[in-house]
Design a protein around this ligand. Structure first.
Ligand code: FNR
Length: 351
């Protein structure tokens, strides 16, 4: 793999585009509506400029961070994305192997195409992403299964009361997985595979319901408004993830990088704040951390690496981000992610 896969994540994306069935490429790459939010996520990084410090004697950088008791080799995690077997026959098992090799967390999607037990056997640490279903019994079954398999945190997606309208998929008539693939973790007690359900009835009561089900840390994924961040703290969640689902749910939503500072201010150090959406370079990771994120997640780049070279491709994507972040830290004069501060970033015209 390595450099044949690409010198940067844009190369890896292009290699994946050439390799993937165009219908599946569009499923992975696309967003909701006019895809304004999809574009805005990446564009927001283009409006931030770095203001480095010099002569700081940074020496060797140390990228390690600890999150909810899991030591990570770097503050970059794998976001939950659906249907990895569309990208590679090994599916989520390959992704998990790469995450384990890279020393970071993979968040397993509820819409994974391999079972959480098989994924856990390939490596960890894993967290599990949950769409809260109206059927509490079913939600309980899924959560208990994920935790029993070894998932160390629950990432509850709260930006999806209904499905976003993804017009690329509508144009292709892409509605379901090909024969032979199912969402393996959607089996109910009798082994029947349920459909992923979007639940518009969920409210803040969900947090205490989930608390009664499990003792693992609970994060809310898809928080954008600072008032919701404050409510998340009040309801005793363990972390918030600033996300707009990679622009796949509500088009017109602000870029996650633009939403981040107000959420960080509202949380005021009481919980870790994570962010995803449009991170493609080590400098993007650096900017997000400097603006107050404890760690970041990447979605699509992992799928591109998986499509191009399976586990080795995912590993390559993570290695690119790691070396890029390490270099960027040295060049702004900071040795550790936790030492980054907002004064290192200024906003300006896009470049
Ligand atoms: C996603 N995302 C997602 N989120 C989630 O909570 N559950 C899921 O099953 C999925 N599935 C999914 C599939 C695909 C193909 C994509 C691209 C995204 C959203 C994901 O977790 C994350 O928020 C974004 O992907 C982050 O943006 P980038 O890194 O892709 O720009």
């Amino acid at each position: 793999a390595s450099d044949e896969v690409g010198l940067n994540l844009a190369d890896v994306a292009e290699a994946a585009r050439r390799r993937l069935n165009p219908v599946h490429w569009d499923f992975f790459a696309g967003g909701a509506g006019d895809e304004r939010t999809l574009r805005a996520n990446e564009a927001a990084f283009g409006r931030r400029w770095l203001r480095p410090r010099v002569l700081r004697g940074v020496g060797e950088r140390d990228l390690r961070v600890s999150l909810f008791g899991s030591p990570l080799s770097m503050p970059v995690l794998i976001a939950p994305t659906a249907f990895h077997r569309l990208a590679h026959p090994d599916g989520e098992v390959a992704t998990a192997r790469a995450a384990a090799d890279a020393g970071t967390v993979m968040v397993v999607s509820m819409a994974a195409t391999r079972s959480v037990e098989e994924i856990a056997a390939a490596g960890g640490p894993l967290w599990f992403q949950l769409y809260p279903h109206t059927d509490l019994g079913f939600t309980t079954t899924v959560v208990r299964r994920a935790v029993a398999a070894g998932c160390r945190a629950l990432v509850v997606t709260v930006d999806s009361p209904v499905f976003g309208r993804r017009e690329r998929d509508l144009r292709h008539g892409f509605v379901d997985l090909p024969p032979g693939m199912v969402c393996e973790n959607m089996r109910d007690a009798s082994g029947r595979v349920r459909d992923i359900e979007m639940n518009a009835r969920v409210s803040w009561e969900l947090v205490s319901v989930l608390r009664r089900l499990t003792t693992v840390p609970i994060l809310l994924k898809g928080v954008l408004h600072p008032e919701d961040a404050r409510l998340a703290v009040e309801h005793g969640v363990d972390g918030v993830l600033v996300s707009n689902h990679g622009g796949r749910q509500l088009d017109g939503v602000t870029a996650t990088l633009d939403a981040l500072p107000a959420v960080v201010a509202a949380v005021d150090g009481r919980l870790p704040v994570l962010v995803d959406g449009g991170l493609r370079r080590g400098t993007d990771v650096l900017v997000a951390l400097a603006l107050g994120a404890t760690a970041v997640l990447v979605g699509r780049p992992v799928l591109w690496g998986l499509a191009v070279a399976g586990a080795a491709g995912v590993r390559h994507v993570l290695d690119l981000l790691r070396t890029d972040l390490d270099r960027a830290l040295a060049l702004v004069g900071v040795a550790r992610p936790g030492d980054l501060s907002a004064d290192l970033v200024v906003s300006g015209a896009p470049g």
